[in-house]
Structure formats: structure tokens, C-alpha cells
Design a protein around this ligand. Structure first.
Ligand code: NAD
Length: 384
């Protein structure tokens, strides 16, 4: 690796996997001073070269191995399917560079444990992209909740109602346990779960059910669940890829206010509404409103913070350094669907079997799949 971090020369970044999310990384890196995007790699013939031409990247390769052998890099962004993240992370650390990895960071908590151990052993950083926690709105709302002025959080809803058709699932890795790791709960719902848990703190117990309502997948195309937080707040969670009017929605009712967020893939101040309870004074309610100056959530905000830390030799910001809470909640939801009981956080932290992967039975309610919907659906293992 180069010694860029300890000199005035820029950090040299590379990007692996030049599919749909890679553009957000390239555009965010282009905004950063003292960072150069020097190489890209993708095994699909011509894909990395085309991406490199579009984004002004000087070198393109067909594999991470080739890229690492030929290029001096400080940071490698893994924008590849999640099944490859753990192995690719090890390779990058062995080459002496930091890793920025897309969500979900791996297929299981056990793999994430290996990745964080590898980071420690290499003395390098593992930054995980959960960009929904970024932006000034999330910071403002979290500060209000943490200060206690809103009273105790009581009840929440957390919905990721997206639409993904057959085209989306035509790539070989999606919709399968071995390569995507899970269905819409792991791949999509995890973003809002991550934001909700950032706002409400540590979780205590989760229950959940997995459904196959319309798509021809191994994994679920919808899930329902309940999270109980240590604070005593209760959240109802929905994840879906079968919802034509797409929306990502969080609502939190506290003793003194209702907090509401509706957006799709990123939120600014206009996406939030804070409604005081009738007993709150006008002066208090006015003080709670979102300030005028804003930074929206997104990859730009996240990578700005990550690179500021890397350039200064500081620890990673918490927003990128805490990869597991949302993954723990999602793993608990899958485990609950498998076992038919609620799953406590203590079990997810300590039981290797629950850290080993998400594969679970999915109740198939598609017409003609033989399910009698009157017979206690979701309480027992359905078809997988
Ligand atoms: N943070 C977000 O908002 C967000 C949004 C979309 C996707 N993602 C995540 O980003 C990752 C990639 O998703 P995507 O939608 O861009 O997928 P994609 O299928 O569009 O792109 C993945 C690319 O990786 C390439 N690839 C596969 N194996 C590779 C390997 N061994 N080495 C190098 N390249 C390889 C593929 O050829 C493809 O071009 C996933 O983990 C996904 O969950 C995150």
C-alpha cells in the first residue's frame, strides 16, 4: 500500500464490483479532496472498463486479485454481492489496505466476526455502509430522543415497502440463500431497521415471520416482525418487495411527540415531521423542529466522514464502525421465523448457531402453492 495517509499525497481508492451501487461510491469519492479513485474491477467482460471510462478512473481489471497485484491502493470499496464480501475483505487486508464494504457486510454474523478480527489483526479499518443513519435529520432526531425532552419512546412502526420485479431478480445472486444470504428483510428492510435502532438504542427481543407472496424466490419477498427495545419501546416491522407505491416509513410515538419519516432511499429535513402532543408548550415544540441548515443522508455523507477519519488517522466514525446491530436484529427475525418463538438479544450474541446464517423456512402463500391460510400460518415452518 502507499503511505498516503501519513503524507500530503491523496489516498488511493479502488472500487470492486461495478454494478448498480458502485456509481454512488464513485460520485461520492469525486466530491472528496485528497482522494483519488485509481482503479475498478469487475469480472463481467467490459463492465469495469466502461465504468472506468464513465468516471475517469485510470485502470480497469477483471478481478480483485489482478487489481491488488497491479495497483498500489489505500482503500478498497467492495460493491460486490454479499456472498463475496468476507473473502474479498481478507484479501484486501492481506494487501495492506482499508475496506469499505456495502451492506449487508456479509451473509452471517459469524462472517462479520471474522472480518472484524481480520481488520484488527491487519491494523486496518473495516467501514460498513449503512447510509440511512447519516445526515443532519437523523442526528437532530437522535439528539432529541437522547436528551429526554420527548419523553419515553413507546410505539414505533418501521416499514420498507419497495417493489422489485422479475428483472431485478434475474441476476444470478439475488433471491437465493447461498448468495444473497436472505430476502428483502436482509437486503432492503435492514436499512430502516438500522436507522430505527440508531434512534431507539439497544434491542431486547425480536419475533418475525417470513412470507412468499408473489415472487418466485428461495428467500422471502415480505416479512413481518416485532422488535422490543431495552427502553420498553415496541416496534412493528414490515419489509416487502411487492409494494407498488414504494415508501420507506418510520413513525415513533413518544410520551410528548410523534416523529414521522417518509422517503424512499434517502432523507432530508422535508421528509420528517415532528408533531407535539397537546400538552407541549409552543416554545418547546418550536425548539424541537429541524434546523434550516441540512445535509441529506446518503453515501456522500457517509464517505465524507469515513475519509475524514482515514486522512486524519482517527478511529472510524460510529456511523461506519458499528456493523452488527441491524444485522443482529435481522438475524433474530430469521431465527424467530425458524423457531416459531421470540429471540432475545443474549441468544444472538452467544449462540453460534444463530450467528451462522439466515436460511429459514418461508411460508408460501402464492395461489396454487397448497397453503391453507386458515391453519395458523406463520406459527410453524412453511415451505422453503
Ligand atoms: N447501500 C445501498 O443503498 C445499496 C444499494 C444497492 C445495493 N447495495 C449493496 O451493494 C452490493 C452490490 O449490489 P448491486 O445492486 O450493486 O449489485 P449488482 O449485481 O448490480 O452489481 C454487483 C457487481 O459485482 C460484480 N461482481 C460479482 N462478483 C465479483 C467479484 N468476485 N469480484 C468483483 N466483482 C464482482 C458483478 O459482476 C456486478 O457487476 C450488495 O451487497 C447490495 O446489497 C447497497
Amino acid at each position: 500500500m502507499s503511505t498516503a495517509a501519513s503524507t500530503d499525497s491523496p489516498l488511493r481508492a479502488a472500487l470492486v464490483g461495478t454494478g448498480s451501487v458502485a456509481r454512488l461510491h464513485a460520485e461520492a469519492l469525486a466530491l472528496l479532496p485528497h482522494v483519488e479513485l485509481v482503479a475498478a474491477a469487475d469480472p463481467m467482460p467490459g463492465r469495469a472498463a466502461e465504468f472506468a471510462a464513465t468516471h475517469g478512473i485510470p485502470a480497469a481489471f477483471e478481478s480483485l486479485e489482478q487489481l491488488l497485484a497491479a495497483t498500489d491502493v489505500d482503500v478498497v470499496h467492495l460493491c460486490t454481492p454479499p456472498g463475496g464480501h468476507a473473502k474479498q475483505t481478507r484479501m484486501v487486508f492481506e494487501a495492506g489496505a482499508h475496506v469499505v464494504v456495502e451492506k449487508p457486510p456479509a451473509l452471517s454474523l459469524a462472517e462479520v466476526d471474522e472480518m472484524t478480527d481480520a481488520a484488527r489483526a491487519a491494523g486496518k479499518h473495516l467501514a460498513v455502509v449503512f447510509q440511512q443513519r447519516t445526515g443532519t435529520a437523523a442526528t437532530h432526531v437522535k439528539a432529541l430522543l437522547d436528551s429526554g425532552v420527548l419523553g419515553r419512546p413507546l410505539l414505533a412502526t418501521c416499514s420498507t415497502l419497495w417493489y422489485r420485479g422479475t428483472d431485478y431478480y434475474s441476476v444470478p445472486w439475488r433471491g437465493k440463500w447461498d448468495t444473497e444470504g436472505g430476502g428483502t428483510t436482509l437486503s432492503h428492510g435492514i436499512h430502516q431497521v438500522d436507522l430505527l435502532a440508531y434512534l431507539l438504542g439497544e434491542w431486547a427481543t425480536v419475533n418475525g415471520q417470513l412470507w412468499r407472496l408473489a415472487r418466485d424466490l428461495e428467500t422471502e419477498d415480505a416479512s413481518t416482525g416485532t422488535i422490543v427495545f431495552e427502553s420498553g419501546a415496541v416496534a412493528s416491522v414490515l419489509s416487502s418487495v411487492v409494494s407498488p407505491r414504494e415508501a420507506s416509513v418510520i413513525r415513533i410515538d413518544t410520551e410528548n411527540a410523534t416523529l414521522e419519516l417518509e422517503h424512499l432511499y434517502g432523507h432530508g429535513h422535508a421528509n420528517w415531521r415532528i408533531t407535539p402532543a397537546a400538552h407541549v408548550s409552543e416554545a418547546d415544540a418550536a425548539a424541537w423542529q429541524l434546523p434550516d441548515a441540512e445535509e441529506p443522508s446518503g453515501h456522500d455523507a457517509l464517505l465524507f466522514e469515513v475519509y475524514a477519519a482515514l486522512l486524519n488517522g482517527d478511529p472510524l466514525p460510529a456511523v461506519a464502525a458499528e456493523p452488527t446491530r441491524a444485522l443482529e436484529i435481522v438475524a433474530a427475525l430469521y431465527a424467530s421465523a425458524r423457531e416459531g418463538v421470540s429471540v432475545d438479544r443474549s441468544r444472538i450474541v452467544t449462540e453460534p448457531a444463530l450467528r451462522g446464517g439466515m436460511r429459514s423456512p418461508v411460508t408460501d402463500l402464492r395461489p396454487g402453492m397448497g397453503r391453507d391460510v386458515g391453519q395458523g400460518v406463520g406459527q410453524e415452518a412453511g415451505r422453503s
